[in-house]
Design a binder for this molecule. Structure first.
Ligand code: MRU
Length: 350
């Protein structure tokens, strides 16, 4: 099925980044063109482009726009400017490791060459690497779909949280990918979509994506998940990830941990789907994962309407960490990691 491109590079070396402005969905499908690194930074910060793999692709392309006009020829000037551009992009959001993974990869791709090659050659190398990251993400998501589809048997109810679909990746998604493959194979199943407070990625984005593909879904408020599980409507949970530590502890959208606890209480298998670019094997456990704190206005003035009194205290962590012991398996492009342990993760991801 032909779906709108979440993010793409338009043109050649002097081109620009075109992304779906996800803050406008589900009512408006509009594209936004970013021609400067500041515009990319802003798009990541305010969630015009969001979801760990898509943030990584955006950052890689952001490096290209940040370097494309650079013509300094003094020794070390290109490498110095590249370092500044990457350092700037690193400040956009802290939790999804794909951002840092992509920036490290962009810097690594020209490391050692920046002194010898002309800026034009280095700029082309950066564009090629950004496009390679995007293409790899597409392939990894498709492979995740193939690896996870067997979990979705006929008649199952599948619950998901936030949005880990095509909008959160270069294409096809992670948590939604097994559902897309199962639907392509004609397996009938039903998806329960958590609306995902406070920014409603589930209601606005996941519901939109499933509807586009004509996959049956029911939208629920986050606080309804326990009741829906108790009623026996859910047999499987699949969510995405922003960063997975070496022991399998997984950071994902705030509320994911609660869903995992509920799934365990009801004997429902809870799976995480993520590409290898979302693993951070430098962190022993999830305790070390940085959790983004966002503006209190997202809670008190959601979508422009004031819903709490003036001047109150608000706590707004954007992510939580689900302990590995609650995770039945991790669906990756390399196959299913099950059971989840440091040994099985290192063996699969290396
Ligand atoms: O704040 P967001 O919308 O970027 O959070 C997104 C999520 O938590 C996703 O589940 C995660 O990034 C995986 S996307 C394939």
């Amino acid at each position: 099925m032909e779906t709108p491109r979440t993010i793409q590079w338009v043109g050649d070396i002097d081109g620009f980044v075109r992304l779906i402005d996800q803050t406008l969905l589900p009512t408006r499908l509009e594209y936004r063109d970013c021609r400067t690194v500041e515009e990319i930074w802003e798009a990541i910060k305010v969630l015009r482009v969001r979801g760990a793999p898509a943030i990584g692709v955006a950052a890689a392309m952001g490096v290209v726009v940040g370097m494309q006009k650079f013509d300094g020829r003094e020794r070390g000037a290109f490498a110095s400017r590249l370092k500044d551009v990457c350092a700037y992009l690193r400040t956009s959001r802290p939790t999804a490791v794909n951002l840092f993974w992509a920036l490290d990869r962009m810097q690594g791709h020209v490391r050692g060459r920046a002194e010898q090659e002309a800026p034009a050659k280095l700029q082309r190398l950066l564009l090629e690497e950004a496009l390679a990251i995007e293409a790899e993400d597409r392939r990894m998501c498709r492979a995740i779909g193939e690896a996870g589809a067997k979990l979705i048997a006929e008649g199952k109810g599948v619950l998901t949280h936030c949005n880990a679909g095509g909008l959160a990746t270069a294409d096809f998604g992670t948590a939604l990918a097994p559902m897309f493959v199962a639907a392509e194979r004609g397996v009938p199943f039903h998806v329960y979509v958590d609306e995902t407070r406070p920014l409603l990625q589930g209601a606005r984005l996941t519901a939109w994506e499933l509807q586009q593909r004509q996959i049956p879904l029911t939208l629920i408020c986050d606080n309804m998940a326990a009741q829906v599980m108790k009623e026996g409507r859910v047999q499987l949970v699949i969510v995405g990830a922003d960063r997975i530590a070496a022991n399998g502890d997984t950071a994902n959208k705030i509320g994911t941990y609660g869903v995992a606890v509920l799934a365990q209480a009801h004997g429902i298998p809870f799976y995480v789907a993520a590409p290898s670019s979302t693993f951070d094997l430098s962190l022993a456990t999830g305790d070390a994962i940085p959790i983004e704190q966002r503006a209190s206005s997202e809670v008190t003035h959601g979508f422009g309407k004031q819903t709490a009194p003036d001047g109150i205290g608000v706590y707004n962590p954007a992510f939580d960490v689900t302990p590995a012991r609650l995770i039945a398996g991790i669906i990756t492009e390399k196959g299913l990691i099950q059971p989840v342990s440091e040994a099985s993760i290192r063996q699969a991801i290396g």
